[in-house]
Structure formats: structure tokens, C-alpha cells
Design a protein around this ligand. Structure first.
Ligand SMILES: [Zn+2]
Length: 317
């Protein structure tokens, strides 16, 4: 399902950015699933795994891709999907990626990781008055990456793992820290606090890419001729241009609104967006999509469904 950008003009100048953003999120989601699969081989039930943590701390948020907690240590994993050849440039303190004859620069990942380590340490100190060893790795989930390590880049590449070597690295960490520093009970309270403080992030793509909302076209798009003028006729959508019919044409428009404009939509907003006058028709359309909802009657607000539900198609990357 290619939602999110269907309402842009085919040649909108920001279209590529939005597509890239979605691909990147898709890659992240599969990276996580892959990671869980590898972690399950450890059969270590004292490990608690958290994905995509976003924690408020001292007026800011800090984010951790994956955090593994055990009574002996904490392990931060920064999950990346980097295709191509990786080199480190010590002069400018940056990673260089060469992929399909293009060069791209990334900041030295060690800086980001040590910042996260520092913040997690402070968070544990402040909330639990605890100090446990915190290790970190950057895990690359792309199997085809080639790492070209020169002697001076060793400290960096020692911290970048291919997914296949992750379990081995965890076993080494487990051997290194044999002394239990927190009790099961403390571990449980830390886990509960992490889940409670975690704040979901809904990126507003229009803001990020500075797209005026006037660039978003209202109306239901015809899946055949791609015009934005389908009409609701006898329980289906009819295109006045090419006469195509599509019962489900509105779902794309409603998802576009929820992912591009606002994470919620009311009946009134949906009527404006779909260009329909009848509140009853819109109510039926919204309800048929099984969206998460809050409030009742005419105060019902429909919410954005989890992005993951739409990322089941691997063919796009
Ligand atoms: Zn049409």
C-alpha cells in the first residue's frame, strides 16, 4: 500500500523526500524484527528488550533504538540498515558510505552512542539511584555491507556489528559482567518506568518537509485515472472522467489525512477532506475502517492506526 504521498502532485518537489522517509521507516521496522529473531536464539529470559524508546529527560527527549536490560548490564543497540561500502574518514571524524556510485556522509556513530550511554546512566541515577555498566553496539542489519577498516578506524568498526555476530557479542558481555547488580524487583520497576515514560513520536511530515497544507489535494482519488474527483454514488465511488468504480477509494484519502495532516480526524474534517455532505455516509466509511477511536456520538475522534499495520509489503525495498 503506497499511502502517505498519493495526495501530492505526481511531480511534487518534496515527493522524493517523503518516499525516502517512508522507506527508511520500513527498513527500521524490518531491522527490528530481524533483531528479535536473532535475540530469541539466546534463550536468556533474564534479558528484557525494548524497541524505539523515547524518554523525556531534563526538558528534552532521548531516543534509543533498542535497549537490552539484564541484572548484570544494560546494552544499547543502534540499529542501522546501511547498504554499500563503509569507510571511516579520521580527518573529518565521519563515516563514508559508497553506494551505487554515490558517496554519503554519516556523523561518527560513536559520539551519538556515547551520548545515549551518558543520558541513560543519568536517567538510572536520577530515578533509581543506580549505576550499572552500559555497553553499546551499532548493529547493521544489511547483510551486503562491506566494511573497509583501516588501522585508525578500528575503535569505530569494533563497535559496528553485523546482525549475525550480535548473539556472540552478547555472550561476551554476559561473561564480562558476572555479578548481578540489580535485583529482579528493581529490574521490573525499571522496565515499568521505561514503558510509562516512553513518549510516542508522531512526525508531522508536512512540517518536517515544509510542505504547505494547500499542496494537499482534497477529494477521493480514482485508482484508474488518478484524478481527484471521484463521487460517492450508490454505495461506491464513481469517477466522472473514466467511469471507474471503487468501493474502497476513500480509505487511501482518510489514511493520507491521518498520516500527513493530523493524527486524528473528526466526522466534520473527514467530510471536508472527502468532499461529502452527509455525516451518516462519512460515519459509516470511518467506522468500516476499524480505526482506533475515542469519544462517542458526534464527538467521536478517529485516530491514526499504527504505521506497522501497513508495512507488511517487503517488495518496496
Ligand atoms: Zn478515473
Amino acid at each position: 500500500m503506497n499511502f502517505i504521498y498519493t495526495k501530492f502532485y505526481q511531480n511534487h518537489r518534496k515527493r522524493q523526500d517523503i518516499e525516502k522517509n517512508l522507506m527508511w521507516r520500513k527498513a527500521g521496522f524490518y531491522g527490528e524484527q530481524n533483531l528479535d529473531y536473532h535475540l530469541s536464539h539466546l534463550h536468556d529470559y533474564s534479558l528484557t528488550v525494548f524497541h524505539n524508546l523515547r524518554l523525556p529527560f531534563r526538558g528534552h527527549y532521548f531516543q534509543i533504538d533498542t535497549l537490552i536490560l539484564s541484572p548484570f548490564f544494560a546494552l544499547i543497540l543502534e540499529v542501522k540498515n546501511i547498504a554499500g561500502i563503509l569507510r571511516f574518514d579520521p580527518n573529518y571524524d565521519q563515516l563514508i558510505r559508497e553506494y551505487s556510485q554515490k558517496m554519503e556522509r554519516f556523523p561518527n556513530p560513536l559520539h551519538q552512542a556515547s551520548r545515549q550511554k551518558h543520558l541513560l546512566n543519568q536517567w538510572l541515577q536520577k530515578n533509581f539511584n543506580l549505576s550499572i555498566p552500559i555497553e553499546f553496539y551499532i548493529v547493521n542489519t544489511n547483510q551486503a555491507t562491506i566494511i573497509e577498516a583501516s588501522p585508525e578506524s578500528k575503535p569505530i568498526f569494533n563497535k559496528i556489528l553485523h546482525l549475525e555476530s550480535l548473539t556472540e557479542a552478547i555472550v561476551l558481555i554476559q561473561k564480562k559482567y558476572g555479578r548481578s547488580l540489580i535485583t529482579e524487583k528493581q529490574l521490573r520497576s525499571i522496565s515499568e518506568k521505561l514503558v510509562k515514560e516512553h513518549t510516542k513520536y508522531f512526525p508531522n511530515l508536512l512540517n518536517i518537509y515544509k510542505i504547505p497544507s494547500s499542496d494537499i489535494i482534497r477529494g477521493v482519488r480514482c485508482t484508474s485515472c488518478l484524478g481527484f474527483s471521484m463521487n460517492r454514488v450508490y454505495g461506491t465511488w464513481l469517477c466522472p472522467k473514466c467511469e471507474a468504480k471503487d468501493k474502497m477509494a476513500h480509505t487511501q484519502a482518510i489514511l493520507d489525512s491521518l498520516f500527513l495532516i493530523s493524527p486524528t480526524i473528526t466526522n466534520k474534517e473527514c467530510r471536508d477532506f472527502l468532499k461529502i455532505n452527509s455525516p451518516t455516509v462519512v460515519k459509516n466509511l470511518l467506522q468500516s475502517m476499524n480505526l482506533p477511536a475515542s469519544g462517542s456520538g458526534k464527538y467521536t475522534v478517529y485516530h491514526r492506526p499504527p504505521l506497522e499495520l501497513f508495512l507488511t509489503d517487503r517488495s518496496n525495498f
